[in-house]
Design a protein around this ligand. Structure first.
Ligand code: BTN
Length: 244
């Protein structure tokens, strides 16, 4: 059966080069429809969380989604987590084991980062425009990224052959659209068992960065409201996406 997109990707733009797909959608939201997806083959000023650069040479998959007119930014947090789930579901043919979602929303394969997600917002009158940017190391070289705190890996390396980027983009956008419908219908908790199976370092001590601090915690599970339940010094605490 052919699946018709409802919101995400009904308008899909693919460019050869841009500074940053996130910046473009944030700064020129008036030029794009709600649910637009903007993809670029390379970015000259790709950005990641914590003011980091996101190297975006040819071969990677770089795209952003624009969601307009949100009164409350935090209402989108469950969908940001579902975006990581959409990525996982679409890369499982490249790696059958070791795929995990590392809080807040990175995708890892065998402890190496394959995808980063960066959500940002801009205010327009009483409402907010939200942009969710997704960067996937697909066929791009990541060997120069070995010295990072979080070592990187590409899908090509895992699969042993090149990935067709456009089919991957289309499948991902379809999945994102389906999960967006679930999000709007408040069905986030239907995905909790799968999300919790994918939780990186579940039950193990790891460091996470929150509000500029690095904290040693033990991740336990995602919660019904898309927070992360952890143990810190033996006490249960909750992290929410806005803190990261
Ligand atoms: C991170 O791990 O820090 C998140 C990286 C997100 C990168 C993507 S690539 C598409 C979009 N455009 C950007 O400038 N950044 C995001």
């Amino acid at each position: 059966m052919k699946y018709h997109r409802q919101t995400i990707g009904t308008h899909l733009y693919i460019l050869n080069e841009i500074g940053s797909t996130n910046t473009e959608l944030l700064e020129h939201s008036d030029r794009y429809e709600h649910g637009s997806v903007l993809c670029a083959r390379r970015q000259t000023a790709g950005r990641g969380r914590h003011q980091r650069n996101w190297r975006s040479q040819d071969g990677g998959l770089y795209f952003s989604i624009l969601l307009k007119d949100h009164k409350d930014i935090s209402s989108i947090y469950p969908f940001i987590l579902l975006s990581a789930l959409a990525v996982v579901r679409n890369i499982q043919s490249c790696a059958t084991q070791g795929v995990a979602i590392k809080w807040p929303n990175d995708v890892y394969i065998n402890h190496r980062k394959v995808c980063g997600i960066f959500a940002e917002s801009s205010t327009q009158g009483n409402t907010n425009n939200i942009v969710i940017g997704i960067g996937i190391n697909a066929n791009n070289k990541v060997s120069h990224l070995k010295d990072l705190r979080n070592p990187a890996v590409s899908l090509k390396e895992c699969r042993g052959k090149e990935i067709d980027l456009i089919p991957l983009l289309y499948h991902l956008v379809d999945e994102l659209d389906k999960l967006y419908v679930d999000h709007l219908n408040e069905n986030f908790s239907d995905h909790l068992p799968e999300l919790n199976q994918l939780l990186y370092a579940k039950g193990q001590k790891v460091e996470i960065r929150s509000a500029g601090e690095t904290r040693a915690i033990i991740p336990l599970s995602f919660t019904e409201d898309a927070k992360l339940l952890c143990l810190e010094n033996g006490k249960e605490i909750l992290f929410f996406l806005g803190e990261m």
